[in-house]
Write a protein that binds this ligand. Sequence first.
Ligand SMILES: *Cc1c(COP(=O)(O)O)cnc(C)c1O
Length: 457
Amino acid sequence: MQTVQLDELQAEQLYELGNKHMWLPFTQMKDYEENPLIIASGEGVRVKDIHEKEYLDAYSSLWLNVHGHRKEEINEAIKNQLDSIAHSTLLGAMNIPSIKLAARLIEIAPKSLSRVFYSDSGATSVEIAIKMAYQYWQNEGNKKKTKFVALSNGYHGDTVGAMSVGAIDLYHRMYSKLMFASYTIPFPSAYHHPTGNGDIAKEESLQAVRELFEEKSDEIAGVFVESMVQGAGGMNLMPPGYLKGLEKLCREFDVFLIVDEVATGFGRTGKMFAVEHEGVQPDIMTIAKGITGGYLPIAATLTSERIYNAFYADYSEMKTFFHGHSYTGNQLGCAAALANLDIFERENLVDEASQKSSYISEKLEQIIALPHVGDVRQLGLICGIELVEEKATKKAFPAEKRVAYQATIRMREKGLLTRPLGDVIVFMPPLAASYSELDEMLSIIKDAIEEISSLHP
Ligand SMILES: *Cc1c(COP(=O)(O)O)cnc(C)c1O
């Protein structure tokens, strides 16, 4: 790994300037000051801090990284694109890599989708989905369909619209008066259902959707759902058949099915897109995180010809989609994304990820067996390890103990980076992690959980 050489004085200066001027996302800065971390470089599945201590990137730099850091082909693609142009606007003008990428995305996306609207983050791709679905019904003269349905514990990003179609109390309660109101349906989590039975949870949730639709579908524009796995809500898995059941209800009542593949897209679950597990055809699909291999901020909202056509008219009809962002369709990002997709093809990465997923399942048996591990949920290379005080009763640790957080700090000391979601430890390695790197990661995670557990017998 090419390293960044800093002497102790330079390192001290960075800490001082950082503490004076930085404010980090989803971070209590008082915690950060106790355990500061400044990354200097990365290669493969490892990153190094400014003291050249190495860490395994077990959360893919927050669920983004696919091929590891400093992947040669992506670096080259960005450098080559720089020789032509870094950025020009997509407002009223196309550019070469964004056209090529749109065509490639439609090739690999579910058949229902034929149009690509670019943006720059998962949250903006969701804002676009909200406004697109809303305006579709307005443009069609159906002025009543203005509401959305969310799933409990859903997460679609941190902008106000995206929060309004999400439902995580900890993140959203504070802003409730800012948000527009959505209907909320219980997410069918097997582990958290009183019966522990995924099928019962599924039927209850679908029944709730049916009852809501029977009463209110004339005012509902669309349903927002994370594809197969709820990420930020704690890595909760949908029982098999649930997403398909939701799709059928959406068709029956003419409500748009809006699927968020921001975290699950690009091979993460062992399929290119997680909807493929259920053969679901969304009306709108949002993608971001893995799209550039974790390199640059590109996102997209994919939709159908039906929706596109409702906006296509003479200007005077006022059906234009008045939405855009400065960096929409950025050439460097699109070039990185094209290189990313080339590597997927050449390295047969989706199948690889699916095989690694089976390998991890076996290894996770040892973690499930630990006394304070209540549940391990996994789909592909997405895993959540839920810590509990009492395994038999699923009783949670007192929140103020922050046991999962303490465990991740212990992992960091041992040379591995990840973050908790409440009591759930996230294990989400880059798709390219080798079998031995996966072993290394899982062994650190297991040791750290055991050590922290022994403090809470
Ligand atoms: C991360 C995430 C988002 C938000 O993406 P950002 O790029 O952080 O705005 C939206 N939906 C899901 C499912 C996510 O995991």
